[in-house]
Design a protein around this ligand. Structure first.
Ligand code: PGA
Length: 647
């Protein structure tokens, strides 16, 4: 249930972040304009230079897009979930403020692609914030599409891709144009509708001659010939490096009888300065600043109209050049005189080819690699028939039989049992490590006489706090001070009856290790989970929730005990095959997380109704390295019978 919730939330967040990041990234100038609107609304407009707002726009879009991708692939789970939460934690109150005070009519979260009202945006953010909280609470529940060792490829490729796309769109024009002046738009009809009082996005479209003051809108939109508009919202900041090309275009237009106008929102003085500095001989019209910024995302940029229809747009970096041959031909005989190829399908194919496809190939390769690795391991184990309990040379990891007394034995009985075991095993040295984990009260007394070179001593639990006012608790440091070396953590009885969560266990593991205690960490599924086929998912989440945060060095100190809850104390044992299957799986996810060498060295015990009669078969399996024994550890003879399985 939790896992479903996390994964649905993470996928929805991913879709929204990818979409909104992408539409912003392909229109860096548009995003910068929006950011500036926000700054002005907050009265910060004059403090931040333009280059900074542009840089912030590009980085913000790249961050949003990348977070979306990471959520989709389930990589860098902790960092991604926290950053997503942080982003929505900032955006939600900000959009509430926008909705309440309305300083900007459209928040711009999806650029110009989808326009939402401020209240819609706020509600959207509330829902997303709730999802981000869910994901941040259980980030480890996100399933990943790419293994940890290859996730750097997704991270770097995404970052490079989105920054390159942004840079390209800044140099040229937005990859997709969602505004009402896109190539192919019939401005004349739209404008006429507006003049008739109908709803139209061209309410502010007026082009007024700066020489005569005459309104030229109708004349330019109804011109059946070509009209070239050099659109420069602000001449003061316009890029004038291509002035020679612009002048050539003007000359060509004059020769061919086409209208050529500079269009700006700047003052007459600015136009004068432009003319003088660049030898510009074309007439200028004045128009609304926002209209011009909407028309073309370039300052200056060229817009070609014919009969009021937008035929083409060029940024100042990509102006069409006229060689001698072209300069003598009219536009209708040339490529640039025809409607620009603005095919969406082509652009989508480009994105699929350059971005989606490589990532799909990477995912398939990664999954295949992981799968073959797992197969190879399995095969190696099968081939390695001698890899059994009698061949100590090949067995690198430690074999252990550990007793878990649970809440049994008073002090005197416990001491008597420990003494008996001590004597027995001193007389007949075991072929494996032996540990007894006892109630706290036994520890100090047993530690006095137990030969810990033969039998290790451990507690069954420790507190998740270091020290202080926690009545009834026993800290890891206290356990250590008794002379014990081990501690069992995460036993299903503690998880179930004392509500120990993965977070609490994570703390306990850290404190135990801080005090040099060796942790026997228990994992295992319930009957319902086994019947639903979820055992792998459960053990993986338990490891991820409490011990996969450890460094390799610290993880190497952990002993894992797989104990299916339905087999504990019930007399029902998992079959040796069932146990081996899941032990091999546990080893494979350890390998995925820490590498094969660590996985090969990790001791994984089986627990749950293990006794002298079934121990030999269980322990003979290549991935079962011993047992954690409850009921059968309460009598020296029974326990010894299990230890003898390693003979
Ligand atoms: P059991 O218990 O051997 O009595 O089934 C095992 C355990 O809980 O550790």
């Amino acid at each position: 249930m939790k896992s479903w919730l996390v994964n649905i939330s993470r996928l929805l967040l991913a879709v929204v972040f990818i979409l909104s990041g992408f539409v912003k990234a392909i229109d860096p100038l548009g995003t910068q304009y929006k950011l500036t609107d926000y700054l002005i609304a907050m009265q910060l407009g004059s403090y931040i230079p333009e280059w900074a707002t542009l840089g912030a726009a590009v980085l913000l879009a790249a961050l949003e897009f990348s977070l979306g991708l990471f959520l989709l692939f389930g990589v860098h789970k902790q960092l991604t979930s926290r950053l997503t939460l942080l982003m929505l934690g900032v955006m939600t109150p900000l959009t509430l403020w926008l909705a309440l005070t309305n300083p900007i009519s459209d928040c711009g979260c999806f650029g110009d692609a989808i326009v939402l009202t401020n209240w819609q945006t706020f509600l959207k953010n509330v829902v997303l914030l709730a999802m981000a909280v869910i994901v941040a609470c259980w980030p480890e529940k996100m399933f990943r599409f790419v293994s940890e060792s290859n996730q750097w490829l997704v991270t770097n490729y995404t970052g490079v891709f989105i920054l390159v796309v942004s840079a390209y769109c800044l140099y040229d024009l937005p990859l997709f144009d969602f505004r009402p002046y896109r190539v192919g738009t019939d401005l004349k009809t739209g404008w006429q509708k507006m003049m008739e009082g109908k709803d139209s996005p061209y309410a502010d479209l007026f082009l007024e001659s700066m020489d005569t003051g005459e309104d030229l809108t109708e004349q330019l939109l109804c011109d059946t010939g070509y009209v070239m508009l050099l659109v420069a919202p602000h001449l003061e900041q316009a890029d004038d490096s291509r002035f020679d090309l612009i002048n050539e275009l003007n000359e060509y237009a004059r020769e061919q009888g086409y209208a050529f106008y500079g269009v700006t929102a700047s003052s007459e003085q600015a136009v004068e300065r432009w003319r003088e500095a660049l030898g510009a001989e074309y007439p200028f019209c004045q128009a609304d600043d926002i209209v011009l910024k909407t028309m073309i995302r370039s300052n200056p940029g060229l817009v070609l109209l014919k009969n009021g229809v937008v035929l083409g747009k060029w940024s100042h970096n990509r102006l069409p050049s006229l060689d001698d041959e072209r300069a003598s031909q009219p536009l209708n005989e040339q490529e640039i005189g025809r409607r620009q190829d603005d095919s969406t399908a082509k652009k989508v194919a480009w994105i699929l080819g350059w971005f989606v496809l490589p990532l799909v190939i990477l995912t398939i390769a990664d999954r295949t690699w992981m799968w073959t690795k797992w197969l190879r391991r399995k095969k190696k184990q099968e081939k390695n028939v001698s890899f059994n309990i009698n061949n100590k040379e090949k067995i690198m990891r430690k074999k252990i039989v550990a007793g878990n007394w649970k809440m049994n034995m008073n002090l005197q009985d416990g001491i008597a049992l420990a003494k008996e075991l001590n004597e027995t095993l001193k007389a007949e040295k075991p072929n494996c490590g032996v540990v007894i984990c006892t109630p706290f009260i036994h520890l100090a007394s047993i530690a006095q006489f137990l030969d810990q070179s033969i039998i290790g001593l451990g507690a069954e639990n420790c507190a998740d706090k270091e020290k202080g006012a926690f009545t009834g608790e026993v800290s890891a440091e206290m356990v250590k001070s008794t002379g014990a070396q081990y501690v069992i953590l995460g036993h299903s009885e503690r998880r179930e009856y004392y509500k120990e969560t993965p977070e609490i266990l994570k703390e306990k593991v850290l404190l135990a290790q801080k005090n040099d205690l060796k942790v026997i960490f228990c994992i295992g599924e319930s009957l319902a989970e086994r019947e639903a086929g979820k055992q792998n998912e459960v053990v993986k989440a338990e490891l991820e929730g409490s011990v996969f945060n450890l460094s390799e060095e610290d993880f190497r100190k952990i002993v894992i005990a797989y104990e299916p809850i339905w087999a504990i104390g019930t007399g029902k044992t998992a079959t040796a095959e069932q146990a081996e299957e899941i032990h091999a799986y546990i080893r494979s996810i350890i390998a995925e997380k820490y590498g094969q060498a660590v996985a090969d060295d990790t001791t994984i015990l089986y627990g749950g109704s293990c006794k002298a009669s079934n121990a030999p078969e269980l322990f003979a399996k290549p991935d079962i390295d011993g047992g954690l024994i409850g009921g059968a550890s309460l009598k020296a003879a029974d326990f010894k019978g299990i230890i003898d399985a390693f003979k």
